[in-house]
Design a protein around this ligand. Structure first.
Ligand code: SF4
Length: 77
């Protein structure tokens, strides 16, 4: 199975089990990730529209690559 090309747009973002609520993803991509006090990270409602902004998409990729527990999942077309 080949991996999706990074040039394809991100269609879906989700968080697998194992988040340690470190806040890094919200610091890097605050328009997409939210880490409520005392809870695991969440993907903000309406995030898909924000992914159309190339800068936001780049922040999401950086967050996924930087997550210490590697639980941020991205799905491309
Ligand atoms: S960077 Fe990863 S571990 Fe940290 S809050 Fe975000 S999803 Fe959770």
């Amino acid at each position: 199975m080949s991996s999706p090309s990074p040039s394809q747009p991100i269609r879906r973002v989700w968080i697998d089990d194992g988040c340690i609520s470190c806040n890094l993803c919200e610091d890097l991509a605050p328009e997409v990730f939210e880490v409520p006090v005392g809870a695991d990270c969440q993907v903000r409602p309406g995030y898909r529209e924000r992914l159309a902004d190339y800068a936001v998409e780049a922040q999401v990729v950086e967050a996924a690559e930087s997550c210490p527990t590697e639980v941020i999942r991205l799905e491309r077309d």
